[in-house]
Each structure stands twice: as C-alpha cells, then as structure tokens.
Design a protein. Structure first.
Length: 110
C-alpha cells in the first residue's frame, strides 16, 4: 500500500454578502422584534394607567368637594337644630307656667 494522496480537496468559493443598504436599517433579529412589541405594549399600558390615575384623581377631587358641601350642610342643620332646641325649651317653660296657672284657676280660691 502506498500513502499517496488520491483525492484533491477543492475549497468552496467564499460567499460574497451584498453591501448593506445605508438608507434602510438592517432587519432586527426575532428576539429584538419581540422586545420591541413588548415595549410598545408596556408603553400603551402605562398610557392607560396614566389616564386611569387622572380619572381617579378627578373622582377624588369631586368626592372632596361633595364631602365639603355635605359638611357645610350638616353644620347648618346642626345650627338649625340648636336654635329649634332653644325655642322648644322656651315653649316648654311657657307651657309649664300656663299649666301651673290653669291648675290655680281650676282649683279656685280656696
């Protein structure tokens, strides 16, 4: 047996890649596309969250105004009840005096 080379290795020609187009960005790998979509989704969710927070803050401001109005109404009602209580007490005193006077009249002079 001889150790002669019986086959010749032929190298493959080198692949020539087209020159990149400067006006167009290279396509993003699949993982980056998912990341871009996820970030866009996150930005949309944040915008929705901001809108919800603004609506919530508006509702809180309206609630504050309503409770302040209610507080004012309750204070006026309390004041009215106090004045009414004073008038009722005065009428009761007058009724007690009239009752005593009527008892004296009905009992007669003795």
């Amino acid at each position: 047996m001889t150790n002669e080379a019986v086959a010749q290795i032929i190298p493959f020609p080198a692949r020539r890649l087209p020159a990149p187009d400067v006006t167009e960005p290279p396509p993003a790998p699949a993982g980056q596309e998912r990341l871009v979509r996820a970030l866009a989704s996150l930005n949309a969710a944040l915008a929705d969250q901001r809108a919800a927070m603004a609506a919530w803050q508006g509702a809180l401001a309206e609630l504050k105004q309503t409770t302040q109005s209610l507080t004012g109404g309750l204070q006026r009602y309390h004041s009215s009840l106090g004045a009414l209580g004073t008038k009722v007490a005065s009428l009761r005193e007058e009724a007690v005096r009239l009752e005593a006077w009527a008892d004296q009249v009905l009992d007669g002079p003795g």
